[in-house]
Design a binder for this molecule. Structure first.
Ligand SMILES: [Zn+2]
Length: 236
C-alpha cells in the first residue's frame, strides 16, 4: 500500500490494483471508492495513519459500481456508523441485484479492446448495503459541499464529485491519467455519452483532479481536462 498526502485534507490510498481517496473535514471523514475485495484492512491502515480509527469514517461515496471501486464497500460498510452512497442507476449492481453491463467498444481504439482482453480478472464485489441513492446535482455534506455530477457512459450511474471550495474533482473512471496522459476513461458502456461527460467535466474550474486510475493532478488540472476533451471530435 502507499498513502500519499495530496493536501492536508486529501489522501490517496493506492492498492495493488486501483485506488481510493480519503477526504478529511474537521468533523467528518469521507472515503471515495474502496478498491477491490479485501481492501478494507488497507483502508483501515490508511485511516490509522491519519491518527484516526476506522470507526471515524462517516461515509463512502462510490463513483460507480465496478469491482475495483466498490469491491470493499461491504467490508467498510460493516464498520460502525459508515454510510454507503452511490448513484441510483448503479445501486442495483452495488446491492448485487444485477450485474454490471459489459463495455461496448464501438468507436473505441483497437488498443482499448486489447487492454480489456488482457486485463487482470478481478473478484466480483460482494453485495453491499447502500443507505443513500444519489441523483445528479445533489450536494453532499463534506468538503464544504460536494456536488454530484452525473457522468454516464463508463457506467449508467457513474458520478464525479466536485468540491468548488477547494477546487477538487474526483472523476471516477470518466477520466484517467495513466502514464502522464489525461484521457477519456476506458471500457465504457456508452462511449458517446462518456465523451459528453468528459466535456462536462472540462468546463469545471478544477485545481486538483483525482482519477480512478493514474496519478492525481494537484495543480491547474482544468488544463489537462480541457485537452482531454478536445481530443474527441463530436461523437468520437
Ligand atoms: Zn470502472
Amino acid at each position: 500500500m502507499r498513502t500519499i498526502e495530496l493536501s492536508p485534507r486529501l489522501h490517496l490510498i493506492g492498492f495493488d490494483f486501483g485506488q481510493a481517496y480519503l477526504w478529511r473535514d474537521a468533523d467528518s471523514l469521507t472515503l471515495i471508492d474502496t478498491g477491490t475485495v479485501g481492501s478494507g484492512e488497507v483502508i483501515a491502515e490508511a485511516i490509522r495513519g491519519l491518527g484516526l480509527v476506522p470507526g471515524d469514517l462517516d461515509r463512502v461515496v462510490l463513483t460507480h459500481a465496478h469491482e475495483d471501486h466498490a469491491g470493499a464497500a461491504a467490508e467498510v460498510e460493516a464498520w460502525p456508523g459508515v454510510t454507503v452512497i452511490a448513484h441510483r442507476l448503479d445501486v442495483p449492481v452495488v446491492r448485487g441485484e444485477s450485474t454490471a453491463a459489459a463495455p461496448v467498444f464501438d468507436g473505441a481504439p483497437e488498443w482499448e479492446r486489447e487492454l480489456y482482453a488482457n486485463k487482470p480478472a478481478l473478484p466480483p464485489a460482494p453485495p453491499a448495503r447502500v443507505a443513500r441513492e444519489l441523483e445528479d446535482d445533489e450536494v453532499l455534506d463534506f468538503g464544504g459541499g460536494a456536488r454530484v455530477i452525473g457522468v454516464p457512459g463508463h457506467t449508467a450511474g457513474s458520478i464525479a464529485l466536485h468540491l468548488p471550495e477547494s477546487g477538487v474533482l474526483f472523476t471516477g473512471d470518466a477520466v484517467a491519467n495513466v502514464g502522464g496522459r489525461t484521457t477519456l476513461g476506458v471500457f465504457n458502456t456508452e462511449r458517446a455519452r462518456a465523451v459528453a461527460s468528459l466535456r462536462r467535466l472540462a468546463e469545471l474550474d478544477v485545481e486538483t483532479a483525482c482519477f480512478g486510475h493514474g496519478e492525481p493532478i494537484t495543480r491547474g488540472a482544468s488544463v489537462a481536462l480541457r485537452d482531454a476533451a478536445a481530443a474527441h471530435v463530436a461523437g468520437g
